[in-house]
Design a protein around this ligand. Structure first.
Ligand code: KG4
Ligand code: ZN
Length: 340
């Protein structure tokens, strides 16, 4: 089985070819960092226009790298949400056009399902069910992954996503966008005990997350501490929150593995802390390689492969969705912002 995957829901345009037996034949990615850097964050209209320019050449390059033609592809998978709607539409419409032209099925993929299943692309031995900590620029959730297309949300953030907290902290420290990798780098040179910062919601019964107060505390401390010390103290607070909340969720489920995915899962210190937590519980720890954690099309192609194998394809009128929860039955959380 050979799947072409397309991704354009945020500020990365990407195309990849992945096989049903987990071979990534090619993956191409065009970032837009330079275009958004002057604004300190992603500007939706700039992103959508950049996706339009980048997508077709990327698809051609991905096919050429893999040495295959569109006719050899079994299905076209494209992110259909959630994300910036102008961008989502570029990838989804491209996917529909390619599927229609080549007479192949379309798989409309939830970007979050791409992140959620990416660890199974990296690790053939990872079976269901597993507990997933999904940490990205727009989301911070604990999900019980029961099967392809079956997710139970155990917790979410009541305000900011964890990647958002990294990006805002980076901005406060003058590191620029995107902030996660810069904060991690600075943290290595700092003292994590230098600044006392809050651990919002730690110790509460429900394993939800909150990062807005932590970010405000960083804002108040800026100027009176070295940026490296603030970065290290911030990252340590985030880790305490993630570990405490994940430990609570682990007590509620019966799983063989703890899995972390999403852009923030590229953070080495967070991975190490979660690995220790899994070891404490005597279960496996699985984290995709860093390039598969941040947005890419290989994870979309893989989710497409898993859905296609399960008989889940979509018609050409599949809608682009700005919001699309993985677990539609999950209750709204008190205090939750639009991201819940
Ligand atoms: O999954 P992703 O690429 O895009 C979304 O779907 O949101 O995640 C991007 C987020 C950004 O907030 C970025 O700052 C964060 O992941 N990130 C990191 C690291 N690398 C990326 N956060 C902390 N440490 C990192 N090394
Ligand atoms: Zn993402």
């Amino acid at each position: 089985m050979l799947i072409l995957g397309l991704e354009s829901s945020c500020d990365e345009t990407a195309a990849a070819l992945v096989t049903g037996d987990r071979r990534v034949l090619s993956h191409r990615l065009a970032g837009q960092e330079a275009a958004h850097a002057p604004y300190g964050g992603v500007v939706p209209e700039i992103a959508a226009r950049a996706h339009v320019e980048a997508m077709a050449p990327l698809v051609e390059a991905a096919l050429a790298d893999a040495g295959v033609t569109l006719a050899q592809v079994d299905a076209v998978a494209a992110t259909a949400g959630p994300g910036l709607i102008g961008g989502v539409m570029v990838g989804l419409v491209t996917g529909k056009a390619l599927a229609h032209a080549a007479g192949k099925p379309l798989v409309a993929v939830n970007h979050l399902e791409g992140h959620a299943l990416s660890p199974r692309l990296a690790d053939a031995a990872l079976g269901f069910p597993y507990l997933l900590l999904l940490v990205s620029g727009g989301h911070c959730q604990l999900l019980l992954v029961e099967a392809v297309a079956r997710y139970r949300r155990l917790a979410t953030t009541i305000d900011d996503a964890v990647g958002e907290a990294f990006d805002k902290t980076a901005k406060l420290l003058g590191f620029g966008y995107p902030g996660g990798p810069a904060v991690e780098r600075a943290a290595k040179a700092g003292d994590a005990a230098a600044v006392r910062l809050p651990r919002p919601l730690v110790g509460t019964a429900e394993p939800h997350f909150s990062f807005a107060g932590l970010k405000s505390a960083v804002a108040r401390a800026v100027g009176s501490h070295a940026p490296e010390d603030l970065a290290a103290s911030f990252q340590a607070a985030v880790i305490d929150c993630l570990v405490d909340r994940t430990r609570r969720a682990l007590a509620r489920v019966e799983v063989g593995a703890l899995v972390v995915a999403g852009g923030v899962a590229a953070n080495g210190a967070i991975r190490e802390a979660l690995e220790r937590l899994a070891a404490e519980h005597g279960i496996r720890f699985v984290a995709p390689p860093a390039w598969l954690c941040t947005d890419n099309a290989a994870m979309i192609a893989w989710a497409g492969a898993e859905r296609f194998a399960a008989g889940l394809t979509d018609t050409l009128d599949a809608a682009a969705r700005p919001r699309w929860p993985l677990d539609p039955a999950a209750e709204a959380v008190r205090g939750a912002g639009v991201k819940a």
